[in-house]
Design a protein around this ligand. Structure first.
Ligand code: HEC
Length: 495
């Protein structure tokens, strides 16, 4: 099943306060006489809002403050008496949507000329790797060795190994439950796989005793056994499972990506979405809405931040997450997630120990039905904002490094490395489901210094992984396939 905005809106609408007027109505009633319906301005001396400079996310707060307090010397009234803070923020979101639509119309999408895409640093082609046999693929991981290849998960359950041009369904894979957005999800090889052979799987686990008690994200590991053409998953061990009373019946927001710490190969991170129960993201006694940290054998590292806190899951590393569907370390060894937000609230976060990422206290998003929801600003929610370095004050909220407004439907993310694309090495590549795009993100000292849309309209991007050949593999759904970003001058593409 695709992530259905209607289903999400219904699920969200039940819990989220709806203030009656949509962002579009607020804009039409209060703003278009000066700014025009599409934001191009003209009335009362307004400039156009539809320029690249004004799309800069650094202006979010300035826009919010100007709408709230007005621009008295230029004739714009203050709206703080008539509109609530969350309505004012919804108007900023509306302006961001107008800007993105205008920018797309004017500048289009990255396009191939004779099969070759030209980006800032590299030219490349898109090569099809697998185009048959997959059904709603979710994720993929390369495993080394003579039996090595690409392991691909399918949300409906089957995990497959693609090698030497054939796709083999692996036997003995644990049962998962495909409900809504969940099912069989991530796969990761232990960094020392060549020595220890451990392969990790993350999936929606059916309740251990009662089928009608829902599902929860679980992580296991096992080893692949090869006998002739047959491949099986054996020696399975449990790495993480939630308390049975914490399984949930919703079909929303499961996460989940696995990421090993490049500085310590015995440490594994994974994120669990809040499952549509947003208040639980702030509750440390619940596993959902969190990034977790475990040892590679499933034991709890003693230096986890909530070890010893009464009833808290000791595996929790950070909280206040909505749906962390991308999780990857950058070249510096810093951990980042991409988080699928509501309408307009997708986030790219630097993940730090013990931090609160704010959902649902603050959010850049509004409701899927265009109704206001929250503001993104901790101060308007009576909280402090935590800096990205040093200690966080009590109750403080850590803000994203970047936010996508409008949303891309953030999903998988991977690190570019190797020689195939030397100038991309160390950049993160983030994919979008609804955005059907890949963005290249360059981070220096915790700050996003470059963002470039590399691809657009390529299908729903579930996962992005660099292969041993340095090509960047993309797992796509609708249509279901795996493609590779390949250097334009690579011999492999010269046929
Ligand atoms: C009476 C005319 C008028 C109305 C009504 C009006 N504005 Fe403005 N607005 C202006 C003028 C004039 C400026 C300052 C010049 C400019 O930036 O175009 C401005 C500036 C802005 C800016 C700042 C842009 C920047 O560069 O920082 C934003 C954002 C904005 N308006 C949003 C709104 C929204 C949202 C509404 C409706 C709630 C609204 N305005 C209603 C006239 C108006």
């Amino acid at each position: 099943m695709k992530i259905n905005p209607v289903v999400c809106a219904l699920a969200a609408g039940i819990a989220m306060p709806v203030l009656g007027q949509s962002a579009e109505q607020l804009w039409a009633r209060n703003c278009i006489q000066c700014h025009a319906e599409d934001g191009r301005g003209g009335g009362a001396g307004t400039r156009t809002l539809l320029t690249r400079e004004l799309m800069d996310q650094a202006l979010d707060r300035q826009f919010f403050d100007k709408i709230k307090n007005g621009v008295p010397d230029m004739g714009m009234v203050a709206f703080k008496e008539t509109l609530k803070d969350e309505q004012i923020w919804a108007l900023v979101v509306h302006i961001r949507e107008l800007q993105a639509a205008a920018d797309r119309k004017a500048n289009g999408s990255p396009k191939a000329v004779n099969g070759v895409y030209t980006s800032k640093y590299h030219t490349f082609k898109l090569e099809t790797v697998i185009d048959k046999g997959l059904r709603t693929p979710w994720s993929a991981e390369w495993i080394p060795g003579e039996n090595g290849g690409l392991v691909v998960t399918n949300r409906g359950g089957p995990v497959m190994l693609w090698r030497k041009g054939t796709l083999t369904t692996i036997e003995g894979i644990p049962e998962s439950a495909e409900v809504g957005q969940g099912g069989m999800m991530d796969v990761a090889a232990h960094p020392d796989y060549a020595k220890n052979g451990w392969l990790y799987l993350a999936f929606a686990d059916p309740h251990p005793t009662q089928r009608n008690r829902g599902t929860m994200t679980r992580v296991v590991r096992g080893k692949l056994k090869f006998e002739g053409d047959k491949v099986s998953f054996t020696d399975m061990q449990n790495i993480f499972s939630a308390k049975p009373e914490h399984y949930l019946a919703t079909g929303l927001h499961f996460g989940v990506k696995l990421a090993f710490d490049p500085k310590d190969s015995s440490i594994l991170f994974f994120g669990i979405g809040e499952r549509g129960r947003m208040e639980m993201a702030q509750d440390l006694t619940r596993p959902n809405g969190k990034i977790h940290r475990v040892k590679d054998d499933g034991t709890v590292p003693a230096d986890n931040p909530f070890v010893g806190v009464k009833d808290a899951y000791p595996t929790i590393w950070s909280y206040g997450h909505r749906n962390p569907q991308g999780l990857a370390f950058d070249a510096n060894g810093d951990l980042f997630d991409t988080e699928h937000g509501p309408r307009g609230g997708d986030e790219f976060n630097l993940i730090l120990k013990g931090r609160n990422y704010g959902w649902p206290v603050v959010s850049f998003g509004i409701n899927y039905n265009d109704a206001p929801f929250r503001t993104p600003w901790p101060d308007t929610a009576g909280r402090k904002e935590a800096p990205h370095t040093g200690e966080a004050p009590q109750d403080a909220i850590t803000m994203p490094v970047y936010r996508w407004l409008p949303s891309i439907g953030a999903c998988g993310m991977g690190l570019a490395k190797g020689d195939a694309f030397p100038q991309w090495s160390g950049d993160l590549f983030a994919g979008g489901l609804s955005g059907s795009n890949i963005d290249r993100l360059r981070v220096r000292d915790g700050v996003l210094v470059e963002r470039e849309e590399i691809l657009h309209r390529i299908g729903r991007v579930r996962d992005v992984r660099t292969g041993p050949d340095g090509r960047i593999y993309i797992v796509l759904n609708d249509p279901d396939r795996v493609v590779a970003i390949t250097p334009a001058d690579s011999p492999a593409t010269k046929k």
